[in-house]
Design a protein around this ligand. Structure first.
Ligand code: UDP
Ligand code: MG
Length: 319
């Protein structure tokens, strides 16, 4: 923690993952640029281009020529939002690192509130979404439900209604950099690290341009990553239901002998139920096993094709 008196010496990194955002990247650059130019602290702005195949990359490259505080890390292909954040955090050199979406749904003005909470001693300041204007009914309901389920089944206190928009002190970032998780769930990992964590509330803005890069497939994937990396409860599910079914089977048998009643339909139903539960349990096991498998190969988490705008070549620094 640094005192408020010499904030002008502080460097704060803003990390923004971007994937095919040509419709709004210039607006984002202007808005974020406008914001940092008003702040007493120094800023670096790191765009992590997650394998865009539109003109996003070119637009960022051009902007870097005019803005010495802007940087680009470009992936060799689309590795996903969470890995883009992971990379951005590793390239960041600030005493505090802010992660935000590049579509301005997280308003840059909130960063000022985060910074002041940081100056008052917080190590993590996460943005808690008050409202989700302009997002589909389905997204709002599923997100609300997901955050609550996750909260109730994990041991780590992951705050509800909180995305990845947050500020982290250098000491938190240093721990994150050592967590080499193949399928990271960054917001959970930050909670896991601990230290002093506080929230600032903000209104999540609607996306003005372009479409969400989080189709249902990616949302489910993120939800699975969140659950499997922070809870073993689904694994216990097989145990419990197995036990319950055994008990039910014994009771049914006793009842059948007692009454002399043997219903074929009943047998079929029970059979289907057991079959279904078995497959479900194997599936759950598979989810965890798959993660173990991925992690055990020890591949690099992502591949960087290009970096630009860094003061000294940061090319060989990371994998
Ligand atoms: N994004 C990314 N890689 C992806 C998907 C999304 O880097 O595979 C970026 C995207 O450009 C944006 C942020 O992650 O800056 C959040 O994505 P999006 O706005 O599409 O998600 P939503 O706000 O709809 O949940
Ligand atoms: Mg968005």
């Amino acid at each position: 923690m640094t005192t408020m008196t010499n904030t002008s010496n502080q460097l704060i990194s803003i990390v923004m993952p971007v994937f095919n955002e040509e419709a709004l990247i210039m607006k984002t650059i202007r808005t974020v640029q406008g914001f940092v130019s008003q702040q007493p602290e120094r800023y670096e702005i790191i765009f992590v281009d997650d394998g865009s195949n539109d003109t996003t990359t070119d637009k960022i490259r051009k902007a870097i020529a005019f803005h010495p505080e802007m940087r680009l890390v470009r992936f060799s292909r689309n590795f996903g939002h969470q890995l883009a954040i992971t990379a951005g955090i590793r390239y960041a050199t600030g005493q505090a690192v802010v992660v935000m979406d590049a579509d301005l749904q997280d308003p840059p003005a909130v960063i000022a509130d985060m910074v002041s909470a940081w100056h008052q001693g917080a190590d993590v300041v996460y943005g808690k979404r008050q409202q989700r204007d302009g997002e589909s009914w389905f997204k709002k309901v599923s997100a609300k439900a997901f955050y609550r389920i996750l909260h109730s089944i994990t041991n780590v206190d992951i705050p509800v209604d909180t995305g990845d928009f947050r500020l982290m002190d250098r000491k938190v970032v240093n721990v994150l950099e050592r967590m080499n998780e193949d399928e990271p769930f960054v917001r959970g990992m930050v909670s896991w690290v601990g230290f002093k964590q506080t929230a600032v509330e903000y209104e999540r803005q609607p996306r003005t341009e372009g479409v969400s890069k989080y189709p249902l497939r990616k949302m489910i994937r993120l939800a699975m990553d969140g659950i499997t990396s922070f809870s073993n409860l689904p694994l216990k599910f097989a145990n419990w239901t197995g036990g319950l079914l055994c008990a039910a089977a014994v009771l049914t048998l006793i009842a059948a002998i007692w009454t002399g009643f043997t219903g074929t339909t009943l047998l079929l139903a029970v059979d289907l139920l057991i079959g279904g539960l078995l497959l479900l349990s194997i599936g759950i096991l598979g989810q965890y096993l798959g993660r173990v498998f991925n992690q055990s190969r020890e591949r690099p988490l992502y591949v960087v094709a290009e970096t630009m705008g860094f003061p000294n070549s940061a090319n060989n620094q990371h994998s």
